[in-house]
Ligand binder design. Structure first.
Ligand code: BG6
Length: 483
């Protein structure tokens, strides 16, 4: 199978925070991979911008190092890196002062797509937007890209939206949630809306419940300072898990277009029920041999921030009333494994009497070992009567699709190219982000008011035992977390 490379227009992409961690690990290597794929037109340029002093050659050396370290598996022809580096430039800039802005204005060309990636702290978003405007660096077709965290509650998200809206239309603002750029997350939509098979059953009449799991093996590591102020709820649930939930639960959009999709996602978030405190389990990982506890890692022996969360949600609409959604995510768990499972109801009547388990489960594995598994009931082979067993119809994308699926584009590659193309389908709209915070805020405020303390769980386990109880109370079980 040959991948199709869809050409994009020539561009000037400015990365504010061009020497930061995200640029080094994701943005620059992602651009390089697109360059290798022939998707960076001849006269396109990438301009790193940061406070520090550096010249163009210094930046090229920085980019070369980033590409070597994080460039990924896809091979490029010899000498390709040199061609890529020729497109790099650097401007030393002060987001709040005058330094560097006129130099940047001289560099920008009028006849190409202009994109500005704000890979900086959200507290600088407003300043950058204002400066870009002041220095005449933007026009109606310019785009800005902003990263999470997009606020830490509804008020701060509204303030950020207001700051950006003062200079840019919503159609120019690309809010990244990198989960939407993952190949398999986009596949959720393909599976749901590209097959006749599933959609007629995709509702509370046929679905018993849905599980969404994003399990990580890593701890908070060097990100303790940020993470301890966020916790799993702000860091993962409000954005990544919420987006997965929306794609699973939304009504079919009339077409695959940015506002049609985002309108439907927004309706899901607005239909979410408030969550009862006893339907949430918060956890924090403990020390284990050779690894520090969460509290040691963040340097606060009394921290009450959760590194794990499991919850039961309800959606009050015609399609989903009565079908619980169980979400869980956490760090330092047994395996890195993200998947969504749709558990269908038992048959109304079995002609085989008590001969076995008739339940179908559809599991979409997001990472790793991306694929789809459908549990189907069949007859157990052999004589001795009609005994039924449930076996998986298992499709690994790598096996079914070959080399293309083994090395899918990284989320950032896809998303940056969508910015250049001007396609906002996989980006969050301002109202979506605000609605997600409006649902999240009361939950977090409730913990603060009650002085809620997370349960500890063993590193390398499946999370706190209370999370097992959350489903056991409903006579259900979590799927095993396995890679
Ligand atoms: C980030 C979170 O947004 O997503 C991290 O801040 C988390 O805490 C990461 O580890 C997970 O992303 P991925 O792509 O590795 O699943």
């Amino acid at each position: 199978m040959v991948s199709r490379v869809i050409p994009v227009e020539a561009f000037d992409l400015v990365i504010f925070g061009g020497t930061g961690d995200l640029a080094r690990r994701k943005i620059l290597p992602g651009l390089f991979r697109r360059y290798c794929a022939g998707q960076m037109p001849e006269n396109s340029r990438v301009i790193g911008a940061a406070r520090g002093d550096m010249d163009n050659d210094g930046y090229r050396a920085f980019v070369a190092e980033a590409v070597r370290e994080f460039g990924g598996r896809r091979s490029c022809e010899d000498g390709t890196l040199d061609g890529f580096l020729e497109r790099m430039a650097f401007v030393s800039i002060d987001a709040r002062g005058e330094k560097g802005w006129s130099e940047m204005a001289e560099l920008m060309r009028p006849d190409v797509v202009r994109a500005f990636y704000f890979s900086v702290a959200p507290s600088l978003f407003g300043d950058l937007a204002e400066r870009l405007n002041q220095h005449g660096l933007t026009d109606d077709s310019s785009r800005i890209v902003v990263e999470k965290p997009f606020g830490r509650d509804l008020d701060s998200a509204r303030a950020l939206n207001r700051d950006l809206a003062a200079y840019f239309d919503e159609g120019q603002i690309y809010r990244i949630d990198h989960y939407l750029g993952k190949e398999t997350v986009q596949n959720l939509m393909a599976v749901r809306f590209g097959n006749m098979l599933f959609e007629p059953l995709w509702n509370s009449q046929y679905v018993d419940h849905i599980q969404i799991t994003v399990a990580e093996t890593v701890g908070v590591g060097g990100r303790g300072e940020y993470y301890d102020k966020s916790g799993a709820m702000r860091d993962m649930v409000q954005n990544h898990l919420m987006q997965l939930l929306c794609l699973i639960a939304m009504e079919p959009p009339s077409k695959f277009d940015p506002d049609a999709v985002r309108d439907e996602k927004l309706k899901v978030i607005r239909a979410l029920d408030p969550v009862e405190p006893h339907h949430i389990v918060r956890g924090q990982y403990d020390a284990t041999e050779g690894a520090e506890s969460y509290r040691e890692e963040v340097g606060d022996p009394r921290s009450r921030t959760e590194s794990y969360i499991a919850m039961k949600l309800g959606i009050s609409n015609w399609r989903w009333a009565g079908t619980p959604f169980y979400l869980r995510t956490g760090k330092r768990l047994k395996a890195r494994s993200s998947e969504i499972t749709i558990v269908f109801k038992e048959l109304n009547h079995s002609i085989f009497g008590e001969a076995g388990d008739h339940r179908n489960e559809l599991s979409i594995r997001l990472q790793p070992n991306e694929g789809i598994e459908l549990g189907v009931t069949i007859k157990e082979p052999g004589p001795g009567g009609m005994r039924l067993i449930n076996v998986p119809l298992d499709m690994s994308f790598a096996q079914a699709l070959g080399a293309d699926a083994e090395d899918p584009p990284d989320a950032y590659e896809r998303l940056i190219m969508d910015v250049i193309r001007g396609n906002q389908t996989l980006f969050m709209r301002g109202d979506e982000v605000e609605a997600a915070w409006a649902w999240t805020d009361p939950i977090i405020n409730g913990w603060d008011a009650r002085g809620d303390v997370p349960k500890t769980y063993e590193s390398g386990s499946e999370g706190p035992v209370d999370a097992v109880q959350l489903l056991a109370r409903d006579t259900r079980v979590w799927r095993k977390v396995s890679p």
